[in-house]
Design a protein around this ligand. Structure first.
Ligand code: HEM
Length: 339
């Protein structure tokens, strides 16, 4: 009996071991391996694929699902652009333009009014045009300085004025950048409307450009109200202004109209166009001030000397004479500038 019981115990024990083995082996096979190098490399590959596909994110229970993003490699590219590439593009564009203008001034000097001041003046820009110009220009200068503070302020300005002052200045300049964007955008739109008629390119522009605009040489190629150089500035303002406004508002109202990648693209486009825009406006400011005798008066007081009009805008002068008659379109100057 005892032997029988021992045999039964052995059989039951063997069956129990067989049963445990039978369910344990497949279960082991289903466990993720901790040591299998192949399985682990597959996981890395999956990780890399996920990174290339935009990033790795988890699930979050708050409404802002973007906060579930853990790693987004494009963010590193964006940071590299913002901290390094953009600074190079900006420095080359802005300093490069300044160097060109200084060299040009030293070589060519001011473009003089060759026939001198006649003492008779013609209205070039009315009060509304001048108001819009100066409003847009003032906003532009403040937008440019406050924007460039974001790009260059930390490495250039902060060491000079200290962290506290830099933080306070940056906060105010950011307010200025946000709020002055509205009159700037309105100004660009009004400029588009009021000067479009005179800024459509035509054949005269080709001839004007071939003759160096009278700026490179000492020629006086005829032009209508705006010459090819001014038309270029007009289109830079209209197209560049629209581009910075659209991208700027995408940045100012984040994620309303675009996603993470769209935000990074908007910032990149905004910043590149902005620094090129600043370089172009430096050339515009140069030619409107020290670069050309008699030019500033057009936007300063609204009139130019008739000789200035004849030398730089002969076809426009003819049109004005034909339209209003020589006596109506001209008026006596308040004072004849000294030669
Ligand atoms: C409607 C017009 C504009 C709007 C709505 C606008 C808006 C913005 C916004 C929201 C930012 C991001 C600021 C931040 O990161 O906190 C920015 C950056 C910037 N803006 Fe503007 N902006 C406008 C016009 C301009 C103009 C005219 C210029 C210069 C000519 C300019 C130059 C810059 C620059 C250089 C940056 C910094 C880019 C960087 O380093 O990341 N912006 N702008």
């Amino acid at each position: 009996m005892a032997r029988l019981l021992a045999q039964a115990r052995f059989i039951i024990g063997a069956l129990a071991v067989a049963f445990v083995l039978a369910i344990a082996v497949p279960a082991v096979a289903q466990q993720p391996s901790q040591v299998n190098p192949t399985a682990s490399s597959v996981k890395e590959q999956q990780l890399l694929n996920a990174l290339q596909g935009g990033g790795i994110g988890g699930r979050v229970s708050i409404p802002d699902q973007k906060s579930g993003m853990l790693i987004q490699p494009a963010g590193r590219d964006w940071r590299q652009f913002h901290e390094v590439t953009l600074r190079w593009i900006g420095a080359i564009a802005i300093l490069g333009m300044l160097i060109i203008l200084v060299a040009f001034y030293l070589m060519r000097g001011q473009v003089k009014l060759e026939s001198g001041y006649s003492g008779r003046r013609i209205v070039r820009f009315n009060a509304f045009e001048r108001f819009i110009h100066w409003m847009t220009a003032t906003c532009f200068i403040i937008l440019a300085l406050s924007g460039l503070n974001i790009t260059f302020g930390k490495p250039l300005l902060m060491p000079l004025i200290g962290e506290g002052a830099f933080a306070a200045w940056s906060q105010w300049s950011k307010y200025a950048h946000n709020y002055l964007s509205f009159p700037f955008a309105i100004g660009v739109f009004v400029i588009f409307l009021i000067w479009i008629a005179g800024n459509i390119p035509n054949k005269v522009d080709i001839e004007w450009a071939k003759r160096g605009g009278g700026i490179v040489g000492r020629d006086h190629p005829p032009a209508y109200r705006f010459n090819a150089g001014q038309k270029m500035i007009y289109w830079i303002v209209v197209i560049g202004g629209t581009a910075v406004a659209v991208t700027g508002y995408l940045l100012m109202f984040p994620f309303y109209a675009t996603d993470m990648q769209g935000m990074q693209l908007a910032q990149t486009v905004h910043a590149i166009i902005a620094v090129l825009f600043v370089a172009a406006m430096l050339a515009h400011i140069y030619i409107g001030t020290i670069g050309m005798e008699g030019a500033f008066e057009a936007m300063g007081e609204g009139t130019v000397d008739v000789n200035f009009a004849r030398e730089h805008h002969a076809l426009w002068l003819e049109q004005e004479m034909a339209r209003t008659g020589p006596n109506e379109s001209q008026r006596q100057p308040m004072a004849t500038p000294a030669e």
